[in-house]
Design a protein around this ligand. Sequence first.
Ligand code: FAD
Length: 407
Amino acid sequence: MPVDFTLAPEVEDVRRRVRTFMDEEVRPTEEKLRDREADRNGYVEAITGLRRRAHDLGLWNPHLPKEWEGMGLGPVAMAFVSAEAGRTGIGPFVLNAQAPDEGNMHTLLHHASDAQKEKYLRPLAQGRSRSCFAMTEPEVAGSDPTLIQTAAVKDGDDWLINGHKWFISGAKGAKFAILIARTDPDADPPQARNSAFLVDLPAPGWEIVRDIDTMAGQGNHCEIRITDLRVPAENMLGERGHGHLLGQARLGPARLAHCMRWIGQAEVALEMLVDRALKREAHGSKLADKQAIQWMMADSAMELYAAKLMVLHAAYKIENKLPFRQEVSFAKHHVANALWRIVDRAIQVHGALGYSTDTPLERLMRNARAARLVDGADEVHQQTIARNVMAAFKETGSTRSATGDLL
Ligand SMILES: Cc1cc2nc3c(=O)[nH]c(=O)nc-3n(C[C@H](O)[C@H](O)[C@H](O)COP(=O)(O)OP(=O)(O)OC[C@H]3O[C@@H](n4cnc5c(N)ncnc54)[C@H](O)[C@@H]3O)c2cc1C
């Protein structure tokens, strides 16, 4: 099947404008902020200023349609914009296209009623609120949402919810949560057991136990204890028993959005590797002249190129309403692992400096480790990929349709 990644001239223009904004305003501000991280007020002020500036430049909400105060870009154009924004830590937030809000906005756009959209999507789109997505639980494997134990029981016109969640990104400060809970424990298939709810926050019965300390510090990935939380019936999001479907529908594009940002990070790491190798001298020549270092550059360049093609192809399939799950799994697995290897090589070429906190590489590496777990662990994507390869072979005698359906 032919694939056309040509960008319309206006999208090429957006990409150039995002790059310029990131290079000239966002990155310099981020670097200044890193130097004086303790100044909380200054930090908030600077970020708020940059968000206003994104608005003024017409770069706000690239992922949302125009009627929701967005730029109306499709997934292919978004791949370019997010990769540009992902080259800085705060870039996605400055454009209001950060996880988990970006995925939640898509979810609301496609599954919320008109009244829910006005109440929850509008403030998110305007940058007046933040949200979180609460699915994973400490007691059961997050890889298998049919095991979810948080239970919602009908009580008059309300749902009464009890349970326990963790690693809920953005929970501190969120104005609402999309909460996945079990409403139909005996449903068959088990994928029909869960439903999604919109929970106004803060709420009695929704207790933030802690901001979990991770290898990348406290990143607002919270543990939540839910005790007799009362949610009105009209706050169910989508249909009863569709919590699993909604989660899957959300995760396809949300996973890809992560990949796009990771490509920006991998690009930064490769550029740092090359820069360092061209400047540093050892044993009579520049590091860049050594074949061992050139292999690292070559491996990283090839992996980054494959990452870009995979992401663009998956985005192209979503945009053209073609089946995309296999390609999103390819991309999620490949980009997460490529990011890790590319950052690791960049650290190696920087020597002790790479191990220090003087460059962004160590932070990139600590964050990159989560990429192989979030939105589906590596092995879960490999399982999906293998299943699709076998199904294609059984059906057609060929694996072609499960390997990108290209040649
Ligand atoms: C930084 C961060 C942010 C997160 N943000 C959110 C959030 O906002 N909201 C939310 O709901 N969750 C969030 N999560 C949770 C994340 O989605 C889960 O960690 C993930 O789904 C895996 O679930 P688990 O941790 O329970 O691991 P488990 O499901 O217990 O899996 C553990 C390991 O078992 C292996 N495994 C699992 N299934 C299979 C299989 N079928 N075949 C082979 N091996 C397998 C894999 O190696 C896997 O890593 C976040 C996690 C992190 C690290």
